[in-house]
Design a protein around this ligand. Structure first.
Ligand SMILES: Nc1ncnc2c1ncn2[C@@H]1O[C@H](COP(=O)(O)OP(=O)(O)OP(=O)(O)O)[C@@H](O)[C@H]1O
Ligand SMILES: [Mg+2]
Length: 273
């Protein structure tokens, strides 16, 4: 895929994005999790998805979350993205404490501030690419006009290189194209945070790399990106790598290409990336 337009969420140009994506900025984390825990069930039959995690994520960074199957990556992504709520602990995202929000308020917060990308795309099959994107815009801004939704959706699809395919249904698009629609949907609301849970997991290697490059470009435009992956090569290309193990943060390191490498931070009570 060749994208000629630099990838920016439609409103990114109106933001002045001057922060360095790779600066360790514990003083101004976008995400601050303290003692974050998600448990299902009680007592001896309880399952811990995320177990007392302390983690700061700097604004504007591309962070890989890695770890074995069942280590809590998706659970952590769902909490940070406001899809799920913790059983205990505190979670501040973009200055707002979201761990105590009720379902409706959390859904509203998520629609306005977060873009989510899943492994299996999660597009609505009866809606065209453009309609899928427009729907997300409508959730984020219920008072906006249809014509404005249309033009923002068209712009977002253009950004991911799918301007010509906007009237197609998901079934008329390849897996890679569907994932690009999902990314267009995620960026159309100009989120501060993108949570991508194995977005390359269903794609061949070349297509997966193209999708990853879109996430890199988004980070470059100033969006914070959480990239959950089993691909060690892509993880190393992120600014930071958070390793999950048994629901906990087992370690944090800088990606291979990150300037100002921080090294392993096992010594810190709170993992900082
Ligand atoms: N709804 C649920 N009810 C009970 N246990 C759950 C639920 N969701 C996740 N878990 C458990 O939480 C743990 C972490 O699951 P999670 O999906 O976060 O792992 P993961 O690291 O994303 O794994 P994978 O790499 O396979 O996607 C697992 O033991 C899982 O069985
Ligand atoms: Mg998972």
């Amino acid at each position: 895929m060749t994208t000629t337009t630099p990838l920016r969420s439609p409103d990114a140009a109106r933001r002045s994005v001057t922060r360095s994506a790779t600066t360790i900025s514990a003083a101004r984390p976008l995400v601050a999790a303290r003692d974050l825990t998600r448990r299902w069930g009680r007592g001896s039959t309880a399952t811990l998805g995320v177990d007392a995690v302390d983690l700061d994520i700097a604004a504007g960074s591309l962070v890989a979350i890695v770890g074995p199957s069942g280590s809590g990556k998706s659970t952590l992504g769902a909490l940070v993205g406001g899809i799920d709520r913790p059983t205990s602990g505190s979670l501040v995202v973009g200055g707002e404490r979201i761990d105590g929000l009720k379902n409706d308020a959390l859904a509203r917060w998520r629609a306005e501030h977060v873009g989510i990308v899943f492994q299996d795309f999660h597009l609505l099959p009866t809606l065209t690419a453009a309609e899928n994107v427009e729907l997300a815009i409508r959730f984020a801004d219920r008072r906006g006009h249809r014509s404005s939704r249309r033009s923002i959706a068209a712009e977002a699809l253009g950004v991911v290189g799918l301007g010509d395919h906007r009237r197609r249904l998901p079934s008329q698009l390849s897996g890679g194209e569907q994932q690009r629609v999902a990314i267009a949907r995620a960026i159309a609301t100009d989120p501060t945070l993108i949570v991508a849970d194995e977005p390359t997991g269903s794609l061949d290697q070349a297509t997966g790399h193209e999708v990853f490059e879109l996430l890199v470009d988004l980070r470059t435009a100033g969006t914070t990106v959480l990239f959950i992956t089993h691909d060690p090569h892509l993880a190393e290309r992120c600014d930071h790598v958070v390793e999950m193990l048994d629901g906990r943060v087992g370690g944090v390191r800088s990606g291979a290409e990150a300037p100002g490498a921080v090294g392993t931070r096992h010594d810190l009570a709170t993992a900082v990336v």
